[in-house]
Design a protein around this ligand. Sequence first.
Ligand code: ZN
Length: 537
Amino acid sequence: MGKTSCKITAVLILISMLLFAACSPSDSDPSKGSTEESSATRATKKIEKITPPDKGCEIRFPDRDVYDYTMDLKFDPAGQTIGGHVKFDFFNDSEDVWNELCMRDYPSLFDDMNAYALRVKDSGGITRIENIVDSRTGGVDFERDPGDKSVIWIKLGKALAPGEHTTLTYDFLALIPSNPDRFGLAGGIYNITNFYPILAEYVDGSWSHEPYFNIGECFYSEVANYHVTIEAPEGFVFATTGEEISSVKTGGKETFKFEAPFVRDFVFSASEFFEKKTEDMNGVKVNLFFSKDKPAEPDMTGVTDKCFQVADSSLKAYGEAFGKYPYGELDIILSPLKVSGMEYPNLVLVANEVCHDHVMVFEPFDQLENCLCHEIGHQWFMGIVGSNSGAEPWLDESVTSYTELVYYEYLGGKVFDDHIQGYRTEDRDLKQIDRDKEREDGILEENISPYLDIPYSKFPTDAYYTAYIYDTGKAFCYQMEEACGREEFHGALRAYVQRYAFRNADTGDFLRVLFGCVGQDNEKLNGLVGNMLRTQP
Ligand SMILES: [Zn+2]
């Protein structure tokens, strides 16, 4: 996800300058040793040496079993519903016996939880989920978690043993709120994301179900192959995860088929007003969708040229640094949103500013460029390598905010000089403490964590979360690059992507690959990691 609003970027930078100061480790914190102790501890644990893959290496789809979702969907724009039948083939990939399954149903949160949704007349509602059948035992019941209506507990009639496969079928009908957001209708554009009941992630003996929040993500799932059919009224243009295989028109309806291999979610945007422009970028079809009804410019050439330039440079810069984009398509949707952008597999939503009546304004293009290269960076850090974005947001958002600098490094020259200001070691001391300022900002000292690798719930305010995760985290990653050297750091990130491609990773995994690549005797790097991360490799 992009930052909350371009208007507050300057404020955020100011806040984050102050927060860098506030977020240094306290000597009195018993959970944390000094930098020297951390370095010493790290030095005693030998990490397996890793040789990074070559620059611009391929990222290949894995030759292993993954989950499989077959969805036959009906999209009813007039009734503002999305629903259908799901056939979910999966297996127990843990070492524990599963007596129950945890699924997430995010649309139900728009019933009343979403503060924005309450301000509009069609505020969504509880998803109808029915006819859940386990192919081994027949019909099974479910209940919603009393503390979080997006959490669905399915009691299995027969436990699922480690490695055992089964098929779950179910029907659902979700309501689409009128809401300029990642899930909702605004300005004639339907953003249909996180919309179907999806299996949660089972980690270390329990089901992960981080709470949903508006300005970040809690989404966490396994990679799967998706086979999706969508029936819609004729005249709608679709942007989706994966690729369109066919479309058939009959009786005022059009039925589309999509295939999306090795993705951790399937989403789409649809509109009667979409204009679609396509460019081939070294074998990747980049599709840009924008509203003809309310265009940001009369002929849209400035915006479309900019978007294609950013996509091209991002794919090249990230392809070289982290490994080539492995999918056939990337869709960019210019849409009203409450945030600057949002990432999904093979698809990014980008807004600059929502103005009156959803007419979008993009010029000058700096914000658009920054947001788009950020969301495309997520294709590697979220899409290809997954992580628990609610529990460890830094691994998702800080690392992706750093990819912005990889993009500007690739462009080079003045644009890089401008964007690197404030992130270098010489610009910011991440250990500096300014408790007075922190008190002036009204944040209690005991509510401040010195670490980046903490869950969203541990941040005292959304502004603090945004400033720390997006901006301090970006500086932290850039300073790791400075400590390692650009080529070495990019090599480590390539090795991380290669090792965890189409899997989920955590901070420990990241650090083991980093130190495995660059060694454990880099005092600058050891000091930085020791100061900023609670997790040790
Ligand atoms: Zn993001």
